[in-house]
Design a protein around this ligand. Structure first.
Ligand code: DAT
Ligand code: MG
Length: 156
């Protein structure tokens, strides 16, 4: 099935100049980048995004890192995009990630927080994250249609 997933290059990826390399890897894997943005997050949206982690002792470090610089949010689509992107990224801890994966090649193996990229972990969470970061109501399997974007409609 054609799936949507929410991908975000984290501040370390942007600072290391990896944006285009990561875009290339996503496209070479056969996925399509439907939307691409560059922005800074605020503490509220980050706390929503990482609501499963806000009570962890490492959350302040994670928050300060994620707010430290620009991020690159992307709406990515393709066959098996959710799991396929997680495979392309590698596991959470870059020290456990194989060579050839984005985290394995570019993540900080001494500091789990700096793992370069976020990708949704389920079909359901992908839609929640796409709504959160792009304000788009998508359904898995449906065609992406620019008319769906209120923001773009307002622009024209
Ligand atoms: P993932 O990003 O692979 O989906 P996650 O949702 O469990 O992993 O965690 C989100 C981010 O939080 C992760 O990319 C890096 C950071 N993180 C997770 N576990 C951590 C830990 N034990 N110590 C420090 N940072 C952690
Ligand atoms: Mg996660």
């Amino acid at each position: 099935m054609k799936e949507y997933t929410y991908i975000m290059i984290k501040p370390d990826g942007v600072r290391k100049g990896l944006t285009c390399e990561i875009v290339k890897r996503i496209q070479d894997k056969g996925f399509k980048i439907e939307l691409f943005d560059v922005r800074k997050l605020n503490a509220d949206i980050l706390a929503e995004h990482y609501s499963h982690l806000v009570d962890k002792p490492f959350y302040p470090t994670l928050r300060d890192f994620m707010l430290s610089d620009y991020v690159v949010p992307m709406l990515v689509s393709g066959e098996n995009a959710v799991l396929g992107m997680r495979e392309l990224m590698g596991p959470t801890n870059s020290a456990d990630a194989e060579e050839g994966t984005i985290r394995g090649d570019f993540g900080n193996k001494s500091f789990v927080t700096e793992n370069v990229i976020h990708g949704s972990d389920s079909l359901e969470n992908a839609l929640i994250e796409i709504k959160r970061f792009f304000d788009l109501d998508l359904t898995q399997g449906e065609e992406f249609n620019f008319n769906k974007s209120d923001k773009i409609l307002e622009f024209f």
